[in-house]
Design a protein around this ligand. Structure first.
Ligand code: MN
Length: 219
């Protein structure tokens, strides 16, 4: 029997690319809609996916006009799953919103809208194509996965890490404006979060598949 990982979603239509990417490395994705009491159970890994903005109240801010309406249930359910994963040292791969919630839940904060902080929102019309470059921190878990010091990544976020949660290390950033693009938690076996969407990129950049392969190896 192959390893099984929990993949949490709010919209079923959004989760298929994550499920396909996970299945492509021989891992079974258990897709679960956000609901109270959801736990990791017998799964041996957790994937937090993209979605709407984290409630700014969780990092002590008033919502800016550009911030999406909050989904307190999703924030709370996924925060509990983060706690469970960290307590049990279950491998965690967090993508986009997942990265932002991970940072906020562990005490960090977010830039609510990149342009108001003088940063760029960079998106491509084709989700599988890169939008900008990230510089990867040598010696990081991410560097060992990417085996290169720069990656061309896709992008569709308008928020980003501001204050970094304690214990975390920035492992990739945008070399042009310093935007935090990936973080990891060295105190755990595998806790890695990226701001881009590797699940959409593996078709055009096989290197991005290494993220899922390394996650699978850590299970
Ligand atoms: Mn980006």
């Amino acid at each position: 029997m192959s390893a099984r990982v929990l993949v949490v979603y709010r919209e079923r239509a959004d989760v298929q690319p994550y499920a396909d990417a996970i299945a492509s490395v021989g891992v079974e994705p258990l897709l679960e809609e956000v609901r109270p009491g959801l736990g990791i159970g017998l799964c041996c890994g957790l994937v937090l996916t993209g979605g709407d903005d984290v409630d700014p109240a969780l990092y002590g801010e008033i919502a800016s006009p550009e911030t999406e309406p909050p989904d307190p249930q999703r924030d709370a359910v996924e925060a509990a799953l983060i706690d469970e994963a960290l307590a049990r040292d279950v491998p965690l791969l967090a993508i986009c919103r997942g990265m932002q919630l991970l940072n906020v839940h562990l005490g960090g904060s977010l830039i609510q809208h990149l342009p108001t902080a003088g940063r760029h929102v960079r998106r491509t019309s084709d989700r599988s194509l890169p939008a900008h470059r990230v510089a990867i921190q040598p010696g990081s878990l991410l560097a060992s996965i990417a085996r290169t010091d720069t990656w061309e990544v896709n992008s569709r976020h308008h928020q980003a890490v501001a204050r970094l949660a304690s214990g975390f290390k920035i492992c990739a950033s945008d070399p042009e404006d310093g935007t935090v693009e990936a973080i990891e938690l060295p105190a755990r076996r595998f806790v890695l979060a990226v701001q881009w969407h590797p699940e959409n990129q593996i078709s055009s950049d096989p290197g991005q598949r290494n993220l899922f392969q390394s996650f699978a190896t850590a299970l």
